[in-house]
Ligand binder design. Sequence first.
Ligand code: ACO
Length: 443
Amino acid sequence: MATPTLTVTDNRTGKQYTLKIEDGAIHATDLAQIKVAADQPGLVSYDPALVNTATCKSKVSYIDGDRGILRYRGYPIEELAEKSNYLETAYLIVKGELPTASHFKMWQHNIKMHTLVHENVKHFIEGFRYDAHPMGILIGTVGALSTFYPDAKNILDLESRRMQTRRLIGKMPTIAAFAYRHSRGLPYAYPDNDLSYAGNFLSMLFKMTELKYKPDPVLERALEVLFILHADHEQNCSSTTVRAVGSSHADPYSAVAAACAALGGPLHGAANEAVIHMLHEIGSKDRIPELIKQVKGRERRLMGFGHRVYKNYDPRAKIIKQIAYEVFEVTGKNPLIDIALELERIALEDDYFVSHRLYPNVDFYSGIIYEAMGFPMAMFPVLFAIARTSGWMAQWAEMLLDEEQKIVRPKQVYLGYDTRRYVPLADRPEDGGLIETEVRGPL
Ligand code: ACO
């Protein structure tokens, strides 16, 4: 086979360059040698939103968007969803291999040792307004954890990294549940380490006066599977954030708080909320054609459809759809499912969706299940954050140990003014008396 290289001709100068291709990528820094003159800046690649730029080499998760494949550390998501549980999957994601029975026992013990939070964390949460969004509480509280664990700054120490990983995976459900109870004005329910990871979370959320909460096994398993499905998803917005913040050698609590903030946006972890709003708005099956017409007329988007990477059925959506029926056996049917199924059927037969390769994504059905389980919509991204913590920690550690990585510092294409001279305030001509809010500008 010919040497994997790329030959580029710069038509400005007529010069040719040979760029190395490695693992299907050229090095963007190799473009810097392409210049019109020695004293001019080299060529850069322009890629807003990093749509076609690999910023790292990773071994954590793999997606083939054309074929609808997702694997964690090589294991198909379907097998993990069927046979694994969240803590085992988290071990796989964080450490790279499935645990042996004794390693798993120890890992479970180590995580459960860290489910409690310092009492001051409780007081900290109490300081939020009665109607504070649980995602805001989560972001603030995870960031505050760095002040409780100053040892977390020792990011190059393996034992410290392991300790913060256990703490974060252990404490995320507790903080999330406390955020929920705060918004409901309910007393906080402390962790019950006799229960599974998902079972304990359900207990901290929904326990009332009973001495011991018994999670429904179907709902407990459904939540475990939903956590597995959300554990990692290669270089998405929040994983890129955890890497970018971590690249400055900030402690992992600060980096994960930033990742939570990225996840909270409606284009990322909160899209399932938009799906629920849309399904409620449709209200009945006979109004679906009208919605499809609006979508095709580009007046709005079909929420829960389409994906930057998947140009086929999102494999997670298939699994979630199946779980929905199991959950409804316990909770009673969420009537939104009938509208969703009909919407999917019509969309998948429609030329617009077929030609744009738009299929249901993970968010199309997850909100319906969460709603049936009694979660308010504001909790949807919080549930996502609990699951994604193992992925964030794996991505963060992989970035730290990668010798090719440095502090993130992208290039820009500068289009602003050339040099201007400062004019003292008194000498600047008035602009007709505009006040600050009327002056043009993005802020
Ligand atoms: N409904 C209608 N048309 C759509 C949709 C949609 N949901 N998604 C994409 N398209 C169309 C666009 O109009 C565009 O059409 P055009 O080429 O004819 O102009 C084409 O498909 C490509 O769309 P882009 O916005 O360029 O695709 P991108 O990869 O940037 O967007 C995204 C991906 C944001 C997920 C998009 O599909 C979308 O907005 N979906 C709805 C929101 C959603 O469900 N988000 C959850 C994603 S999963 C997750 O984050 C966990």
